[in-house]
Design a protein around this ligand. Structure first.
Ligand code: BV8
Length: 239
């Protein structure tokens, strides 16, 4: 059905792996909209947006502390490690992730661009300072410079994505000739727009997801299955 092997991959010059929450689901990180998704349990307007943070910072930070505790123990799976191997064997592999859990980096992938930030970084809206805070709970919930509440360095709904990240990702996707979309419902923009950009620039587009999505008809191939199973097997079975 998909006929990929290491040799086939060599036919492509620039490969993009675009990942969403489904890439981390088997590592134990909750997705957003599927079964058990966090937006079914929590209203993001109360817990994960600038307005909520401005009005109830401690409530927002407590929510993100809970998420950090949940995610901190999660480990990469065989699918993550497959991407690391492909990165070693192919000269141009880019991982563009919507995920904030850092699992691609933890597995050893080096060329990772985070579209929506990281739960392991905090920033101060006042000092514009961004710092790493990797741990199950926040080392400090206040800025060490100005003592105001810090916020997670995450792109919330209504937040603009960094122009630098957008420019970088635009250039990567425009140049790619093979675009894998793994574990995303494709509903959040501008991230969901990269499929269209890849297609319009002639890339072969492949979806890896156990479920169909609204964007499925736009892919040249849809591989139905879990990322931790499909990815390791992807390069063994050649049709
Ligand atoms: C922006 C942060 C410009 C991280 C998230 C009103 C005002 C402003 C903007 C908007 C507006 N109305 C709409 C918008 C645009 C908005 C948007 O797109 N809304 C959608 C919902 C319609 N976008 C924004 O606000 C963006 N900013 O536009 O700025 C602007 C700003 C102001 C004024 C003018 C312009 C910011 C978007 C970033 C939002 N941040 N979260 C966090 O808190 O955790 S959203 C959230 O959704 C995550 O970031 C996540 O990455 C993203 C996408 O979700 P998915 O990763 O796809 O996950 P999901 O659960 O949905 O799906 C999982 C999939 O995996 C499923 O398909 C499932 O089948 C599959 N799966 C499950 N198991 C497996 C699997 N696949 C493989 N293997 C498995 N085992």
């Amino acid at each position: 059905m998909h006929g990929f092997s290491e040799n086939t991959l060599k036919e492509y010059k620039n490969i993009v792996f675009f990942t969403g929450a489904g890439m981390s689901a088997e590592s134990g990180v909750p997705t957003y909209r599927g079964m058990g998704g966090i937006w079914h349990q929590y209203n993001w307007e109360e817990y994960a947006c600038q307005q909520a943070f401005d009005s109830t910072p401690e409530k927002v930070l407590e929510f993100h502390d809970l998420r950090r505790q949940k995610i901190f123990g999660c480990k990469p799976h065989a699918g993550h490690y497959t991407l690391v191997e492909i990165e070693k064997q192919h000269s141009s592999v880019s991982i563009i992730t919507q995920n904030i859990d850092g699992l691609h980096q933890l597995s050893g992938s080096s060329n990772v661009t985070e579209l929506h930030g990281s739960i392991w970084r905090v920033c101060c809206d006042f000092c514009q300072d961004i710092s790493l805070d990797y741990g199950a709970i926040y080392a400090s919930k206040v800025c060490y410079k100005c003592n105001r509440w810090v916020r997670p360095d995450i792109v919330w709904f209504g937040d603009r994505l960094s122009t630098e990240v957008l420019r970088k990702v635009d250039n990567i996707v425009k140049k790619c000739d093979l675009f894998f979309s793994i574990g995303t419902s494709g509903v959040v923009y501008p991230a969901a727009g990269y499929l269209y950009l890849a297609r319009s620039n002639g890339a072969k587009c492949i979806e890896i997801n156990p479920e169909p999505t609204d964007s499925s008809p736009l892919f040249h191939h849809c591989i139905r299955g879990d990322a931790s199973v499909i990815l390791p097997g992807l390069f063994q079975s050649v049709d």
